[in-house]
Design a protein around this ligand. Structure first.
Ligand code: 13P
Length: 251
């Protein structure tokens, strides 16, 4: 069975005092580890604090985006090597908010994915359709195009170093979760598409679900055959909720 991963995406939330309280609670509860992995993806300025508080614990951490460039005159950007300096294991790539609010298309996402892999990070590649696309019955077409762009740029060897997160845009921050079956169907589609190139890798790859995951729905979602954990937004900001979701993944 694939090991499960629960990753929190704090988005643009946090503050030094609040982070400390949250991370301390997670460390106390997660201790030296359980049967699922637990990670937090924090805003850049909090990476140093996160590293200080989580180093040597069972928790891992990461960032929410990165530059596609390794270095250079790119004011405001942060490279994979800089994230690695702060002990990041993960970096989110292609989150729908980056795609829709910051104009990151499939090519940019693919370039960022490659930069992450080259920098020794594990990209968490986010894929997902909008409500309009789902209602237009082009979900699979959209997901395939998002996935194929990355496979083309990084190859299956690159994919082997990644985690995928299916996050239907209409379920993010809306309280409207995909049903376990709706999520399962897309996860199975992603796995089948990867299996066309590499069956063993497709079987091994972790595919997380994200979009209004809460303690109340996590057990059912994580019980589906192709759902290997979650990418958690709002509920990752409340220690009790995030820990309950991590516990659901450990079942
Ligand atoms: P919510 O869990 O708040 O819906 O956010 C999901 C998400 O975007 C995680 O990356």
């Amino acid at each position: 069975m694939r090991r499960k991963l629960v990753a929190g995406n704090w988005k643009m939330h946090g503050g030094l005092a609040r982070n400390r309280a949250l991370l301390d609670s997670l460390v106390q509860a997660v201790g030296t580890g359980g049967s699922a992995d637990c990670a937090v993806c924090v805003p850049f300025p909090y990476l140093a604090q996160t590293q200080e508080l989580l180093k040597g614990t069972a928790l891992t951490w990461g960032a929410q985006t990165l530059s596609e460039h390794a270095q250079g005159a790119y004011t405001g950007e942060v490279s994979a090597a800089m994230l690695a300096d702060f002990g990041c294991r993960y970096v989110l790539v292609g989150h729908s908010e980056r795609r829709s609010l910051y104009g990151e298309g499939n090519e940019t996402v693919a370039a960022k994915f490659v930069a992450a892999v080259q920098g020794g990070l594990t990209p968490v590649l986010c894929l997902g359709e909008t409500l309009e696309q789902r209602e237009g019955e082009i979900t699979e077409k959209v997901i395939a195009a998002q996935l194929d762009a990355v496979v083309q740029a990084a190859g299956m060897n690159g994919l082997a170093k990644a985690v995928i997160a299916y996050e239907p845009v209409w379920a993010i921050g809306t309280g409207r979760t995909a049903t376990p079956q709706q999520a399962q169907d897309v996860h199975a589609f992603i796995r089948a598409r990867l299996a066309e190139s590499d069956v063993a890798l497709a079987q091994r790859l972790q595919i997380l679900y994200g979009g209004s995951v809460k303690p109340q729905n996590a057990v059912e979602l994580f019980g589906m055959a192709d759902i290997d954990g979650g990418l958690i937004g709002g509920a990752a900001l409340v220690a009790e909720d995030f820990l309950a979701i991590c516990a659901a993944a450990a079942k």
